[in-house]
Design a protein around this ligand. Structure first.
Ligand SMILES: NC(=O)c1ccc[n+]([C@@H]2O[C@H](COP(=O)([O-])OP(=O)(O)OC[C@H]3O[C@@H](n4cnc5c(N)ncnc54)[C@H](O)[C@@H]3O)[C@@H](O)[C@H]2O)c1
Length: 327
């Protein structure tokens, strides 16, 4: 059965239509795929179309497509699980609790075909735990997006102990087909990959604020004006590689061996108590006020993010999308 996994997913099931599920729905619909959404909460169904409409302009501007051109391909199925019977991929975005997800997986597996791939958006659960008790655990894996999935290209594919290699290959291909940048982890680990990296940075940021070295405004301004734009284009590995000049990363690591070790030795562990959190929140609120309030902050964030995502950088994800659209 494994060889039959679709590498294109012309028909996608979205289970759970909250923040993440509705964003995935918008993305898949924008590329012209049939999208069937299952969520037992009637309010989620009511919010679905408006939430897709709200991001349609961004998707069109990115060149992904305009979901408003494909309303006929959207099915808001509510609690009717049988609507998933013919989908190639289920992207599961239900509540972040193992018991709830297990119930959801039983409902999905009761109706889909054995060759339907099932990917979870979970940020914190392990794929092997999701596979336990499944009828066909080989087709279950994690496809973890960065919020919002319709804009940020990253999707972390994490196989569990029982995931078939064919399922991983199919997930990689079908996410790529809708313009995502898949990164496949070789084994499951708490927080997957990107969230762990962010957690490492945030730990040190909180420590520096607690130690009175700087405030949150200084941290965010330093990131946004320094490493941030560089990370958006190169990541850290290539940044250091270029930092080493003609000698590349090899030379960089030679020259900076001792300093890097001394910085690592000095990194701190924050207290992260009530007082610390109060200081962090005050810092974020002051920053927000300094740029004209929340609406202005969101508008500027969205405009700048779109510009970055549209720029053809060396690791740019958004090239050749037209050729990847389904029939
Ligand atoms: N919010 C984020 O920043 C983020 C980022 C990446 C991944 N995730 C992951 O995405 C998943 C969803 O998170 P969210 O923030 O969209 O949550 P959410 O609360 O916004 O949405 C969850 C949805 O699941 C629905 N639901 C509840 N029970 C259900 C059931 N039995 N069957 C089907 N649907 C059901 C709810 O009605 C709701 O619409 C989680 O696993 C989370 O870890 C979240």
């Amino acid at each position: 059965m494994h060889r039959a996994f679709s590498h294109d997913a012309a028909s996608v099931g979205i289970v759970g239509a909250g923040t993440i599920g509705s964003s995935w729905a918008a993305l898949f619909l924008a590329t012209g795929r049939r999208v069937t959404v299952v969520d037992p909460d009637p309010q989620s169904m009511t919010r679905l179309r408006p939430s897709i409409e709200a991001v349609a302009g961004d998707l069109a501007a990115l060149g992904v497509g305009d979901p408003r051109s494909h309303w006929d391909k959207l099915t808001a199925a509510g609690g009717d699980w049988s609507a998933l019977a013919t989908v190639d991929l289920v992207q599961e975005n239900g509540p972040e609790a193992l018991a709830a997800k297990r119930g959801i997986y039983a409902s999905i597996e009761a109706v889909v075909r054995p060759e339907t791939l099932i990917a979870s958006s979970t940020s914190g659960l392990m794929p092997s735990d999701l596979q336990e008790g499944a009828r066909h655990p080989g087709r279950i894996l994690i496809g973890h997006p960065f919020n919002p999935p319709h804009l940020l290209p990253l999707v972390e594919i994490v196989p569990g102990r029982q995931t078939a290699p064919e399922a991983v290959a199919a997930a990689e291909a079908l996410y790529r087909a809708v313009g995502k940048v898949p990164v496949v982890l070789r084994r499951e680990i708490a927080g997957h990959l990107a969230t762990r990296l962010v957690a490492a940075l945030w730990r040190e940021a909180v420590y520096l604020v607690e130690q009175g070295v700087c405030d949150l405004g200084d941290i965010d301004r330093a990131i946004a004006a320094g490493p941030g734009p560089r990370w958006a284009v190169l990541g850290q590995g290539l940044s250091y590689h270029l930092g080493g000049g003609a000698g590349g990363l090899e030379r960089f690591l030679e020259v900076f061996d001792a300093p890097i070790r001394s910085w690592w030795d000095d990194l701190g562990t924050p207290v992260f108590d009530t007082a610390s959190k109060k200081t962090l929140v005050a810092g974020a609120e002051a920053l927000e006020a300094s740029v004209g309030g929340r609406d202005a902050l969101v508008r500027m964030r969205n405009e700048a993010l779109l510009a970055v995502l549209r720029a053809p950088g060396p690791l740019s994800p958004r090239t050749g999308l037209e050729e990847r659209a389904p029939d």
